[in-house]
Design a protein around this ligand. Structure first.
Ligand SMILES: [Fe+2]
Ligand SMILES: [Fe+2]
Length: 316
């Protein structure tokens, strides 16, 4: 059954357990799946005619945070929408009323999507696809429909953290593991502050601390590369440099008020850190171990390899 029909059916079921945030899992999205928006002839009848313009709402952290807060606190929130061409000028988020405003967040393996609904009408859609970028409005809705033929709603969950540090992140050196752990904790703190709608000053301080600590951490790794003659040091250093440039560029714009800290930005930072530790940092850990570098701890190697094997990480 097409995704949107299932969504409507689900909507009408109004299962009291199912409220705002729904996570879905993707089963068997075929490799060759290629979104083809032009094949859909008519816009969905239950979509607001302003869905395209309104969809940019979902890039507005204030609106997102107010909605999240309303969900978490189970309390009514009024959100005034300025400068939008739609008919909706005020969103009233009422978690206890089945037909109020719903924010549905879909997390699939290859996409992430937000749908904002207002009294049963889809008013805004945003879709992030790996390798495809972000699309909004009707286009995103059509693509989502194409993509989600194999999606099932599996459970309700508002993630409490981005991800947590585990032995699979270990680089076999206690000091560097502690630094990575601290980086992950800081990213999670930032995520919590963002969802909680914390004051700008708190977000600023955390962001600054994150960037400073990241630079310090990169230097710690590079000092060890030089000390022990790690052969892939140059490429690794370049990865660090590119990340620092991107993050500094964002910070400049952020301080000048030209960029905002959104969940998307945070996901970019967090994903980069995670992938970097699990692949590039893991590489030097292995090399240090194989070359008998004395700061490597055997028990960390054993534990990490065990967990990585279970997670199938080394097959990548
Ligand atoms: Fe690292
Ligand atoms: Fe690194």
């Amino acid at each position: 059954m097409p995704f949107l029909r299932r969504l409507r059916r689900w909507w009408h079921m109004r299962n009291p357990e199912i409220r705002w945030i729904v996570e879905v899992g993707v089963k068997e999205v075929p490799e060759e799946a290629n979104p083809a928006p032009d094949r859909m002839d008519q816009p969905y009848p239950f979509v607001s005619k302003y869905v395209d313009e309104n969809s940019y709402l979902l890039d507005d952290p204030d609106i997102m945070l107010t909605l999240f807060r309303s969900v978490v606190d189970k309390r009514e929130e009024h959100i005034r929408l300025h400068g939008l061409p739609g008919e909706i000028k005020l969103l009233v988020a009422r978690p206890d009323v089945a037909n109020g405003v719903y924010l549905l967040a879909f997390n699939g393996e290859r996409f992430r999507a937000w749908l904002l609904t207002y009294y049963g009408v889809i008013t805004a859609v945003r879709l992030d696809e790996a390798g495809m970028g972000t699309s909004y409005g009707l286009r995103a809705l059509r693509w989502l429909d194409e993509w989600t033929g194999s999606v099932d709603i599996v459970k309700i969950r508002l993630r409490e953290s981005l991800y947590s540090w585990g032995p699979e992140f270990s680089v076999y050196i206690k000091g560097l593991d502690n630094q990575h752990h601290y980086l992950v904790t800081t990213l999670n703190n930032l995520y919590k502050y963002l969802l909680a709608g914390s004051a700008r000053r708190i977000l600023d301080d955390t962001l600054n601390a994150l960037l400073d600590y990241t630079k310090f951490h990169f230097r710690s790794e590079e000092v060890l590369f030089d000390k022990y003659g790690y052969p892939k040091a140059e490429g690794h250093r370049k990865q660090h440099q590119t990340f620092v440039e991107k993050a500094s560029d964002f910070m400049e714009k952020y301080k000048a008020g030209e960029a905002r800290l959104t969940l998307e930005v945070l996901h970019f930072l967090a994903d980069w850190v995670k992938n970097h530790i699990l692949t590039s940092d893991h590489d030097y850990g292995e090399w240090f171990y194989e070359h008998g570098v004395p700061i490597v701890e055997e028990k960390l190697v054993r534990r990490s390899r065990e967990v990585r094997a279970k997670l199938g990480l080394d097959k990548l």
